[in-house]
Design a protein around this ligand. Structure first.
Ligand SMILES: *Cc1c(COP(=O)(O)O)cnc(C)c1O
Length: 459
């Protein structure tokens, strides 16, 4: 808790009245919440006036960086003109239509049809219902199982958390719901054994084939995966993984869902993770970078085949949200995409920043505390380990990562920790000088962590 009286009041009110998502709320109430007040570019300021380099882009989402007035102006213009109208009653609004068309133009392959939601979780709720409906209206109601992956993350609603494979989430609320199965994810660092990553990638993909055969292809509606598994610790699959998953889905007529909520809109240096890995999905949920986090909006993109069946044979779609295609959110998303395109933000991230960031990230990988420094474009992780020579984590996962995260904050750097992986996902507009700032602060945080835990290297 702070000594500043105004801030102390806010923290007390927060502790008394606000339940924080993904937090131990009792512990947080004792410690006092950090209150953020301002953002500019890649930096945010907290209520103490401390300036922090936000190397996590809020929550994987502030792709264009903080403080872009154009986005607020787009929202204000639309609110003044028409603050709200729905898309239910055979109606819609201009920004909604323009955004759908824009997304069809940007999305890979024939993902040409948008259904709008308010978040990534809602997008995955929509998907679960639509893939089952897709098969049901083709007289195959028994083809209703969706396969996800252990430790996958697809959001926090009932469907999202069920499709995801987080055991801690499943324990709260009786999840997963029926007819959702999970296979082991591709994580070479912990699971690859003596295989080289490419051979391991094929092996990990073939777990999907085994599961489909075990359940029976006539029962399996779809497979869902994040191109890069974000929340669990930026697990980047080997290059061989996704093309093999795609081949398997085609062979058994299983719909392929690429959850692009993190990878979409430039995170890997490509517009979408599918382009980074070279595969094509049938369905793609998006959110986060769609509006750079300035306003809540998500969507599901469907390909021609799926949308065709839903339109021609699906009858009335008994599904929708009051704010599906909200005109203000659509206007902000359109403006965000305009910035990404016209200022060449994605292009520049791929060509100029990603290579430099990869170089500096690899240097952090030389720190004695780091067992692996992995990165794909502008998303990465440092895996902290007791012994650099062995691909094995700490006996009590999470303690060292949390400590390192807190020390990084003291150094003025925001990195997220998942267990003992330090996660990186900066705004795409990060510059070279800020990459250097990131490197220096992260190195100091690693040094201080190593000393604090009496790491073998610090002796
Ligand atoms: C964040 C996330 C979601 C959930 O999105 P929300 O907007 O938080 O509901 C779904 N999938 C992935 C891959 C995510 O990272």
């Amino acid at each position: 808790m702070t000594t500043d009286p105004a801030l102390a009041t806010l923290q007390q009110l927060d502790a008394r009245h606000h339940l924080h998502p993904f937090n131990d709320n009792a512990a947080l109430a004792r410690k006092g919440t950090r209150i953020l007040v301002r953002g500019e570019g890649c930096h945010v300021w907290d209520a103490h006036g401390q300036r922090l380099l936000d190397a996590f882009a809020g929550l994987w989402c502030v792709n264009v960086g903080y403080g872009r007035r154009e986005l607020g102006e787009a929202a204000a213009r639309q609110m003044d003109t028409l603050a709200y109208y729905n898309s239910f009653f055979a109606c819609t609004t201009e920004p909604t239509v323009r955004l759908a068309a824009k997304l069809a133009e940007l999305a890979p392959g024939d993902l040409n049809h948008a259904f709008f939601t308010n978040s990534g979780s809602e997008a995955n709720d929509t998907i679960l219902r639509m893939v089952r409906h897709f098969w049901a209206v083709q007289d195959r109601p028994q083809k209703n199982i969706v396969i996800g992956r252990r430790n996958g993350y697809h959001g926090s609603t009932v469907a999202g958390a069920s499709l995801g494979g987080m055991a801690v989430m499943h324990r709260q609320g009786g999840l997963p719901i029926p007819d959702i199965h999970h296979i082991d994810p591709p994580f070479w660092f912990a699971d690859g054994g003596d295989l080289d990553p490419d051979a391991y990638g094929l092996l990990a993909a073939r777990r999907l084939e085994q599961k489909i055969l075990e359940l029976g292809p006539e029962r399996v509606a779809a497979f869902i995966g994040e191109p890069i598994m974000g929340a669990i610790g930026v697990w980047i699959p080997p290059r061989t993984y996704w093309p093999e998953v795609e081949r398997i889905c085609r062979a058994y007529d299983v719909l392929l869902i690429a959850d692009e909520v993190i990878c979409g809109f430039g995170r890997t240096g490509e517009w979408f993770g599918q382009q980074y890995f070279g595969f094509q999905a049938d369905i793609m949920p998006i959110a986060k970078g769609l509006s750079s986090g300035y306003i809540p909006i998500g969507a599901v993109m469907f390909n021609d085949r799926v949308a065709g069946v839903l339109k021609e044979r699906g009858g009335e779609l008994a599904h929708g949200y009051t704010y599906s295609g909200h005109p203000v959110c659509a206007a902000v998303a359109l403006e965000n995409i305009r910035l990404l395109q016209e200022e060449g933000i994605v292009e520049r991230a791929r060509r100029e920043i990603a290579p430099y960031l990869a170089e500096r990230w690899a240097q952090l990988g030389e720190h004695p505390l780091v067992g692996e420094a992995r990165i794909a474009g502008l998303v990465g992780a440092l895996e902290l380990v007791p012994d650099k020579r062995v691909r094995r984590g700490f006996p009590e996962p999470g303690k060292v990562g949390t400590l390192c995260r807190d020390l990084a904050l003291e150094e003025g750097l925001i990195l997220r920790a998942t267990y003992d992986a330090m996660l990186l996902s900066p705004p795409l507009v990060i510059g070279r000088a800020e990459v250097d700032e990131l490197f220096e602060k992260a190195w100091r945080a690693l040094d201080r962590t190593a000393r604090a835990i009496g790491h073998a290297s610090a002796a």
